[in-house]
Write a protein that binds this ligand. Structure first.
Ligand code: SF4
Length: 463
């Protein structure tokens, strides 16, 4: 059976190339089960459409697998069409949230045949074995599929309870040096005492899912319990990666890494005890560290190599935070930021602008709050994700009329696609740019006008 695995480039115009951790787990599961495959990495290589077409025709494929987050729907649709043009009878399998959250649209409006629902590590192997031996798709848990223009959904697959038992990612199918060298484009914080050009980083996944349930968010582990790996399993993987790839920085690429003080302290203690030396960044909750005594935990994290921590404010307006279901208080966010600053760890945050309650004043206050806490925010507009509360709201209020049109235009959250406020697009965009400009000048960040919102295109220039 000839299998093709494709990694999609979600932002081909960006300098940043994020290692695709989900595809990494799927490729590892396929390899460990004995399935050989050809791999086209569109993100690492940024092929032109012509080159992609040439690679796809290289041989006759029986199966083509791809997947990404739902904002990449248009790319999946185009790619599936291209695969179908040359491989009439191939099974086209799609995973991640572009499958899970919109399987109906995916299976009815694109050339995809099978949507892998939720976690795919076990499902992909079961599915490939079934296809290989000519079995019946209805026996495979965790998929939806099309047959004679009908869509069938099989029972869900049970979540993997112990994610420490998952095999470590096998990086061999990837052009890993390209990702390691490029990773410095994602690293902008201070406090790293090595030359930026010598940074060698890769992501490590320590947890699946999130303890929160924000109304604008959808991720592929939504609906699963939050699960996290043992420190032993995480550090064994990091040790292997450092030895093999000479890494000096680990990007903890989870929705949420540090969910409690205890986890944070255990995390720092385990890294210190391991003797491993690397810098790292991490995600946590905005209300995780608010007591005076928490500073000791943050100092330990700093001693263990932590240089940056991300925790989301999203908005400084209490009514909007309630609508987001964030369950955080602005004073807790400020206290957490203060303690991270004191510990010498760079805090960062993200904003979601454009809830229906948003006004010019709420936008202004939110940027003021960031500036007061000495954080230049990663700002974006509300881009309702299918499967989220705000997506249903947008449909109900007729902001989204044709779902596929909306999905085809989704793109980056930094581009205003859907305005559900009483402000005009221009008013909102101007206020956001004014807020970013204010933070930029006050905090002396040094961004030019074109990079105030799309900061990832700038990072290389930062020394
Ligand atoms: S936005 Fe962040 S905190 Fe909220 S549910 Fe999604 S991953 Fe969790």
């Amino acid at each position: 059976m000839n299998i093709l695995l494709i990694n999609i480039a979600l932002r081909p115009e960006s300098k940043v190339k994020l290692f695709p951790i989900g595809i990494g787990y799927i490729a590892t599961a396929m390899k460990n089960a004995g399935f050989e495959f050809d791999f086209i990495d569109l993100d690492a290589n940024r092929y032109s459409d012509k080159e992609v077409e040439r690679l796809i025709q290289k041989k006759t494929y029986d199966v083509a697998c791809m997947g990404c987050i739902v904002t990449g729907y248009s790319k999946v649709k185009n790619l599936a069409e291209m695969v179908r043009k040359y491989h009439k009878n191939a099974y086209i399998i799609v995973g991640n949230s572009v499958a899970t959250s919109i399987y109906n649209i995916l299976l009815s409006k694109t050339e995809a045949d099978i949507a892998v629902m939720g976690e795919g590590d076990i499902t992909i192997v079961d599915l490939l074995k079934t296809i290989d031996c000519g079995g019946d798709l209805k026996t495979v848990k965790g998929i939806c599929y099309t047959k004679k223009n009908n869509i069938y959904c099989n029972p869900c697959r049970e979540p993997i309870e112990n994610i420490s038992s998952l095999p470590h990612i096998d990086f061999s199918p990837f052009n890993i040096e390209e990702y390691i060298a490029n990773a410095k484009e994602q690293i902008s914080e201070d406090g790293i005492n090595i030359n930026r050009n010598e940074l060698r980083a890769l992501p490590v996944n320590t947890a699946r899912g999130c303890v929160a349930n924000c109304t604008f968010c959808y991720h592929n582990f939504r609906g699963y319990n939050y699960r996290y790996r043992s420190m032993e399993s995480i550090l064994t993987e990091i040790r292997e990666m450092i030895t093999k790839y000479n890494l000096n920085y680990i990007l903890f690429g989870d929705e949420l890494t540090l969910f409690s003080r205890k986890r944070a302290e255990d995390f720092a203690d385990a890294i210190l005890e391991s003797g491993l030396k690397f810098f790292w960044n991490v995600t946590c909750r905005a209300d995780c560290f608010i007591k005076d005594s928490d500073l000791n935990i943050l100092k330990k994290m700093k001693a263990a190599g932590c240089v940056s921590a991300s925790f989301s404010l999203e908005s400084s307006n209490a009514e909007i935070l309630k609508a987001m279901n964030k369950h955080i208080l602005v004073e807790d966010f400020s206290r957490t930021a203060e303690l991270f600053h004191k510990a010498g760890i760079t805090p960062s945050t993200s904003l979601v602008i454009g809830y229906p309650q948003e006004t010019l004043l709420t936008i202004r206050d939110t940027f003021k709050c960031c500036a007061e806490n000495r954080i230049y925010p990663s700002a974006g507009y509300l881009l309702p994700q299918p499967g989220s509360v705000m997506y249903e709201y947008a449909k109900e209020k007729n902001f989204i009329v044709d779902e596929e049109d909306y999905l085809l235009a989704m793109g980056d959250r930094q581009d205003l696609r859907l305005n559900m406020t009483n402000l005009s697009d221009q008013e909102m965009e101007e206020e956001v740019l004014a807020g970013l400009k204010y933070c930029n000048e006050l905090l002396d960040i040094g961004l030019d006008q074109d990079h105030l919102i799309k900061t990832q295109y700038y990072r290389k220039a930062k020394k």
